[in-house]
Design a protein around this ligand. Structure first.
Ligand code: AP5
Length: 217
């Protein structure tokens, strides 16, 4: 089962990918997490990506496609993967098709989490992230049990620089211009299912689980 979670910044892709990964025993790959991991390790890729991330822009397609290709060809992904944050442009969608075809696989479904912009700004401004395992929290909607500490691994949690209001606005603009065309792109191939992402985390999770279960039949 190869799935894509599509949606604007703050829609809940990371939050839901984590739950679906556990429920369906499918590994989860988040392009944003891979870039941040590279930045933490000060790799050339991380330093390059950070120039774009800091401005709310997309990292160039060739670099991003190569990073994802390199990751999902690993043996731990041979039974399937949940992709979060990739693809984000039409060129990346073509790149994904080529990667999967090369591995003798196909894309089974695209789960589009739809949330209005006003709600996204509220979610992103209150988001906090674990410095080690990247689990997302929210100061109001999903606080950690102990303030400032990750429930999963015990590391510190922090606010991402690109969750500051000016950068959030730039990210939303980039999403509408470059990523939202993927909704119609995947719809025309009958791969897209839209889920209302404006409910609470549990409600959205139930809706997504139901879609994945039906794709598995
Ligand atoms: P990335 O890390 O992928 O950021 P994003 O897509 O902007 O998505 P987010 O992580 O901001 O949001 P999310 O949908 O995962 O929401 P979350 O679950 O955390 O990318 C960062 C940057 O890297 C990009 O700007 C770009 O520069 C670069 N990049 C990444 N991929 C790229 C690519 N393919 N090509 C080029 N460049 C790329 O939830 C958000 C908050 O809301 C959390 O606090 C959460 O607790 C809360 N929340 C979640 N669901 C709910 C709910 N139902 N109700 C209330 N609160 C909720």
């Amino acid at each position: 089962m190869n799935l894509v979670l599509l949606g604007p910044p703050g829609a809940g892709k990371g939050t839901q990918a984590e739950r679906l990964a556990e429920e369906f025993e499918l590994p989860h790959v988040a392009s944003g997490d891979l870039f941040r991991e590279n930045l933490k390790n000060k790799t050339e890729l991380g330093l390059l990506a950070n120039r774009y991330i800091a401005e709310g822009e997309l990292v160039p397609d060739d670099v991003t496609i190569a990073m994802i290709r390199d990751r999902i060809k690993r043996p731990e992904y041979e039974n399937g993967v949940i992709l979060d944050g990739f693809p984000r442009t039409l060129a990346q969608a073509e790149g994904l098709k080529e990667i999967l075809t090369g591995l003798g696989r196909t894309l089974d479904g695209v789960l589009y989490i739809a949330v209005p912009d006003e709600e996204l700004v509220h979610r992103l401004s209150g988001r906090r992230i674990c410095r080690r395992c990247q689990t997302p929290y929210h100061i109001q909607f999903k606080p950690p049990q102990k303030q400032g500490v990750c429930d999963t691994c015990g590391a510190n949690i922090y606010q991402r620089d690109d969750d500051k209001p000016e950068t959030v606005r730039a990210r939303l603009e980039v999403y509408h211009q470059q990523t939202s065309p993927l909704i119609d792109f995947y719809r025309q191939y009958g791969l897209l299912t839209e889920v209302d992402g404006s409910g609470d985390i549990e409600t959205v999770n139930s809706a997504l689980s139901e879609v994945v279960r039906s794709l598995m039949k």
